[in-house]
Design a protein around this ligand. Structure first.
Ligand code: NAD
Ligand code: AKB
Length: 317
């Protein structure tokens, strides 16, 4: 039986990705790993391991000894948190990637998923329908680390035949676990405050458009890319992927259709400059062409699903 590990499994994506992989491959085939001591209840149906991706020797011996052949490397600092600790963010976001790429180069790992982000783009990039191949001059440490990571993934594919696959996720919206320190987090936080009947203070200005995606679409995209035949894939840096795109004020209008009394105020902080350096919308025609990508959640459906499922008690966990 081939074994998979998800490193960074307790986060916003990891929690849902582990569940989806276990549904696809079986509980025993997927190990959840994270630097956190405790396994979240949702992931308790299969193996959990405390693992610090920066502990290169521990990661190497675990993967080799347990004959793990597929790695999803999610551990990272996201855009807002990374700006507060740039040195550590660079280290965390890059070192773990080399550990896993080297394991694949040596033949221990046969397939890697490593997520990139719309943060690879910068202020000189065309912001509307940002193309797959375009100017990339990111201004955040997070974006710089993701762009460097993309380059290294492509390098290991070209020079060492490493099967590494990647998606430039937009801002991901979900209700199963909370987001971990990004610039797009407002679009999750807002639902908790709306359901609590509280006024939301948004850290972006009302007209800041950003690309977003519902988590179910993002997880499906990840599995579709990982299951796609090798020969179909023409991009070995990272695929552009689009779900929907909206501003805080557009999101508020749709929420108000469900919760008319909902109120919002705008108090932009340092994250405004980050958002303004990112695309407003993404052209993902290469992903559609290569592996048949198509989103299922337009903004209206995303909002309705979030309002139906967001549980504010998660804020106290
Ligand atoms: P998150 O912050 O919610 O989760 C990251 C997880 O990594 C956490 O559970 C954390 O405990 C774990 N972690 C941190 N340091 C670790 C270490 N040293 N060793 C092992 N685990 C460690 O992040 P997320 O939103 O789930 O994002 C996962 C990946 O997807 C990241 O690489 C991120 O850059 C990328 N991504 C996320 C989004 C998004 O909107 N969520 C968008 C684009 C790209
Ligand atoms: C962030 O805002 O940092 C992430 C991302 C788009 O990479 N959600």
């Amino acid at each position: 039986m081939s074994k998979t590990i998800v490193i960074g499994a307790c986060g916003q994506i990891g929690t849902e990705l582990v569940l989806a992989l276990r549904k696809q491959n079986g509980n025993d085939a997927v190990i959840a790993a994270d630097v956190k001591n405790d396994c979240p209840a949702l992931l308790s149906e299969g193996a959990y391991m405390k693992m610090d991706i920066l502990d290169r020797e521990f990661v190497r011996t675990t993967i080799i000894n347990q004959e793990i052949t597929e790695v999803y490397l999610l551990a990272a600092l996201l855009s807002a948190t990374a700006e507060k600790n740039p040195d550590f963010a660079w280290r965390l976001n890059m070192e773990g990637l080399f550990t896993i790429l080297d394991l694949a180069k040596e033949g221990h790992v046969s397939k890697i998923f490593w997520p990139s982000s719309i943060a690879v783009f910068g202020p000189t990039t065309p912001r509307d329908h940002t193309p797959q191949f375009t100017i990339m001059e990111p201004t955040t440490v997070y974006g710089i680390s993701k762009l460097a990571g993309e380059r290294w993934c492509e390098y290991y594919f070209n020079k060492h035949n490493v099967d590494v696959r990647s998606i430039r996720y937009p801002g991901l919206i979900s209700y199963t676990s909370l987001p971990g320190g990004g610039t797009t987090d407002y679009a999750v936080d807002i639902f908790y405050q709306a359901k609590l009947g509280k006024k939301y203070t948004c850290f972006l200005s009302e007209d800041t458009a950003l690309p977003m995606m519902f988590m179910e679409d993002a997880i499906r995209a990840t599995l579709e890319l990982m299951n796609a035949p090798n020969e179909k894939l023409t991009v070995r840096s990272s695929y552009n992927l689009s779900g929907c795109s909206f501003t805080p004020s557009e999101l508020t209008s749709i929420i108000k259709r469900h919760i008319p009394e909902f109120e919002i105020e705008y108090v932009p902080d340092f994250r405004q400059a980050i958002a303004e350096s990112w695309p407003k919308s993404i052209d993902d025609s290469q992903a559609r062409l290569d592996w048949g990508w198509k989103e299922n959640y337009p903004t209206d459906l995303l909002v309705k699903t979030m309002i139906d499922h967001v549980d504010p008690s998660l804020l106290n966990v």
